[in-house]
Design a protein around this ligand. Structure first.
Ligand SMILES: [Zn+2]
Length: 178
């Protein structure tokens, strides 16, 4: 059975009869009914950062309401523009035509070799005209416009900071740029 990670939206195969919980191959999150109901996965309460994130429940439920069990999808004719504003890759700019971008160390869509960046740091997912960012339980957290966030709706040109790197992500209509 094909399933999608509730946390980072990665698609993966789930055996029909699984006796042990099978986690997401990217972030390790295990989908279960409880996680869907309250928006918190296993181990999320064990670190101080995630405890603080739990205080921002209003935001979590807003995102849940907006995406409402949908899978990421880019509207036809749209792409995501990624710009690296600060850090080792400063000045890099590229367009991505898929609805989900992972940020982390090796193996992520945006690979950052920064000791303060977790292997799987955060994910940006597009749901038509809604763009959300979700921290994947990173050690040092994800900041958007100087605020520590767990899950947030992004606006074009928001400044996303992971470790020493600042990234801006914008959704744009291809017809308007080419
Ligand atoms: Zn995942």
């Amino acid at each position: 059975m094909q399933t999608h990670c509730d946390q980072c939206f990665t698609a993966y195969h789930l055996p029909e009869k699984n006796t042990r919980p099978v986690g997401c191959p990217y972030c390790g999150f295990v989908n279960d009914g409880k996680a869907k109901a309250n928006g918190h996965g296993p181990d999320q309460s064990k670190t101080m950062l995630n405890f603080l994130a739990g205080e921002m429940k209003g935001e979590v439920s807003e995102v849940k309401r907006l995406i409402n069990g949908k899978l990421p999808s880019l509207s036809p004719g749209h792409e995501i523009l990624v710009e690296i504003l600060e850090g080792d890759k400063k000045g890099q700019k590229f367009a991505v035509r898929k609805p989900k971008i992972s940020v982390g160390r090796k193996g992520s869509d945006i690979e950052l070799s920064d000791a303060e960046v977790s292997r799987r740091h955060c994910v940006v997912a597009v749901f038509a005209d809604t763009v959300i960012l979700r921290d994947l339980g990173s050690s040092n957290g994800t900041m958007v416009n100087e605020f520590l966030v767990k899950e947030v709706v992004l606006k074009n040109r928001d400044r996303i900071q992971v470790g020493g790197t600042v990234i801006s992500i914008s959704l744009r209509n291809i017809a308007e740029v080419h």
